[in-house]
Ligand binder design. Structure first.
Ligand code: SF4
Ligand code: SF4
Length: 368
């Protein structure tokens, strides 16, 4: 099998070069300039961070890529889609305010910020996939309108998928409300009412009014539930769990197929930064301590190889002692499973390989 090239550099700043310049040098070495950007609308897909979270990528890195694309003749814009969660990014107006608050404005990022699926998350383009788990992917329209697609990913842990990497950023992140509902559908949970202590913490987690109390215990109305999964991680007693035992497998496969829907048929390039590796997604309004030290910046044309390389680099790190991972006694060489035993990140990458999204075999090319 032909190996995909993944370019890597660490966060050392030797000499006069700063980290934004180093990131651009990495992208250049990885061949980003072979894409014809002239007059091409270029979507740079990222996560602007939930206000209160401080682990998201600094906007300075986005600006470095924006300026680079503009120098190559492109018309870049930063983009993301709305969320299903309660919080500051559920509609485009709040989402833009959150992006600006976290530093992603035209003045600081050097380009416009466009919420790709419209004001209420309803503006999507149907992309025919006919995959194993997705027939039609519903992708934010502005992302599909772009001529060139670039992912700029903050690599960190994730409670539903093991880690949040490039496939998660692209696949889940580019889904409209309907798309995200479809990806999360297998996660529809139920409450173990015998174990529920009636603390009511889960009530605030649900944006869809699907959780109520009866006889002092929580229950979930599956008709209202979108399967967003937020209550699963919110219950302090761990008594809310997905009903479908295959949910962890299904969600990563759906994410891989949504990623395929986004990247097929146009030039794409992928960048991932392993820094501030919080255990949970940047969708939370807080961030726990990084589980491992910062590792470096990576770039590739292959999103599967990129995620595989990032995962292996993180798994090579010694856990930070004062972190959630540092508290875990049994590691077995996989930090993501050590944190989230039920997740199936390998299944997602294997499925990505099976559908032709990329390959897990890679050659890591290290750049000083
Ligand atoms: S009940 Fe849980 S999974 Fe369902 S929509 Fe509410 S928070 Fe999301
Ligand atoms: S947060 Fe958990 S324990 Fe508390 S009411 Fe909800 S399901 Fe029950």
């Amino acid at each position: 099998m032909t190996k995909s090239k993944v370019y890597f550099t660490d966060f050392r700043a030797r000499g006069d070069e700063n980290l934004m310049e180093k990131l651009v040098r990495l992208c250049k070495a990885a061949g980003m300039e072979t894409i014809d950007f002239k007059e091409q609308f270029t979507a740079i897909k990222m996560h602007f961070g939930e206000p209160g979270n401080l682990a998201f990528l600094r906007p300075n890195y986005a600006k470095a890529i924006v300026d680079y694309v503009a120098r190559l003749g492109g018309k870049p814009f930063l983009t993301d889609c709305n969320t299903l969660y309660p919080g500051a990014r559920r509609n485009a107006l709040d989402h833009l305010s959150a992006a600006y608050e976290n530093g992603f404005s035209p003045f600081s990022a050097g380009c416009h910020v466009i919420i790709a699926d419209g004001i209420k998350g309803m503006d999507h383009q149907d992309v025919q996939i006919n995959g194993e788990v997705v027939r039609v992917a519903r992708i934010g329209r502005a992302i599909m309108d772009a001529d060139v697609f670039i992912s700029l990913t903050h690599f960190k842990g994730h409670e539903a998928t093991g880690f949040g990497g490039t496939l998660k950023n692209i696949g889940m992140g580019s889904g409209s409300h309907e798309g995200k509902k479809e990806m999360h559908a297998a996660e529809k949970p139920a409450v173990d009412r015998d174990a529920c202590v009636g603390c009511e913490t889960c009530l605030t987690a649900c944006a869809h009014d699907a959780i109520a109390m009866s006889e002092g215990k929580a229950f979930i109305d599956t008709g209202k539930c979108t399967g967003c999964g937020r209550c699963i991680t919110t219950c302090p007693y761990g008594v809310i769990q997905p009903m479908d035992k295959r949910s962890a497998e299904i969600i990563v496969k759906k994410i891989a197929e949504y990623t395929w829907a986004v990247v097929k048929d146009r030039p794409c390039f992928h960048i991932s930064l392993i820094m501030d590796v919080s255990p949970f997604c940047d969708c939370y309004a807080n961030n726990d301590a990084p589980i491992v030290p910062d590792v470096g910046m990576l770039a590739s044309f292959d999103p599967v190889a990129l995620d595989q390389a990032c995962a292996e680099l993180v798994n090579q790190q010694t856990p930070n002692p004062n972190s959630m991972l540092g508290e875990v006694k049994e590691h077995h060489g996989d930090h993501f499973h050590a944190l989230f035993a039920e997740t199936e990140w390998q299944t997602g990458l294997a499925h990505g390989e099976k559908i032709g999204l990329g390959t897990r075999a890679y050659e890591l090319i290290t750049m000083r």
